[in-house]
Design a binder for this molecule. Structure first.
Ligand code: V4E
Length: 242
């Protein structure tokens, strides 16, 4: 089963952005509030491996570096854009998330998780699940605690989404409740597919929006961690993750 890879460029969302979106024919496709809770071990073993586990509303999601391959190749034209864009594999299947998280923790020096399979409610794909208090196995919310994971960041974002339909490009304007606003241009590709054309689409959209080039813009998590978990932020910077 191939996963989706999100190729994304963040940008500063200034007061003129609405007007520019309108001018380039972007269509508003919705507005919603998103509640995110991010989880990690007390030693931040996941995020220090660039693995981001979150509960968005009632669904679990994992973002992690894509497998090495075409997703990381850059076409000649996309090279400059490539340095401004992040690429993350997005996993939304809970059994797959759990097995990936266990895999990452198994390789940690701190050994939050030893190599033995965990007893308890983690299930694998296709296994028949047995009901237990709080719902089917692996679906209830006891599994993060069993892997020594706890919530380290929690915030709500008001998001307005736009599309440039002809290009398969989505533009999100995010306003986080801790007082930070940021824009994102994103294109989804299948894992293993060439990202060159996604980078070109992003570059084209950025140019049409009049964005200054070569500017790395902080994401919501950068700002959240700087403010609320500064020690962890420094570690992530030293590890070149943020
Ligand atoms: C911090 C981080 C990740 C967590 C999610 O970050 P982000 O994509 O900014 O959140 P959001 O709410 O826009 O998610 P979406 O709705 O688009 O799925 S995943 C990777 N990182 C690290 C990271 C990085 N190294 N560089 C950049 C530019 N962004 C994030």
């Amino acid at each position: 089963l191939r996963s989706t890879v999100e190729v994304e460029r963040k940008f500063v969302c200034d007061a003129g952005m609405w007007k520019r979106l309108e001018e380039i024919g972007a269509v508003c496709i919705g507005q919603r509030e998103i509640h995110d809770q991010y989880f990690d071990t007390p030693d931040f073993e996941l995020t220090l491996r660039d693995t981001w586990l979150r509960k968005r509303e009632d669904s679990w999601e994992l973002k992690c570096p894509p497998a090495v391959g075409k997703t990381q190749e850059t076409s000649g034209e996309g090279l400059e854009e490539a340095s401004l864009c992040s690429r993350y594999k997005e996993i939304t299947s809970l059994p797959e998330i759990q097995s990936r998280v266990k895999e990452v923790l198994k390789h940690c020096a701190g050994g939050s998780l030893n190599a033995d399979p965990l007893p308890g409610p983690l299930v694998t794909v296709g296994q028949v699940s047995h009901e237990e208090p709080g719902g089917p196995e692996g679906v209830g919310d006891s599994w993060p605690g069993e892997l020594n994971l706890r919530c380290f960041a929690e915030f709500t974002t008001a998001r307005r989404s736009f599309t440039l339909q002809e290009e398969g490009v989505q533009i999100d304007l995010d306003q986080a409740d801790f007082g930070y606003t940021v824009g994102e241009i994103e294109v989804l590709v299948q894992e293993g597919e060439e990202v060159g054309s996604a980078l070109e689409k992003i570059e084209r959209a950025a140019r049409r929006l009049g964005l200054t080039r070569n500017l790395r813009v902080e994401g919501k998590m950068d700002v959240y961690l700087q403010r609320f978990c500064p020690e962890h932020y420094v570690k992530l910077q030293r590890a070149h993750i943020l």
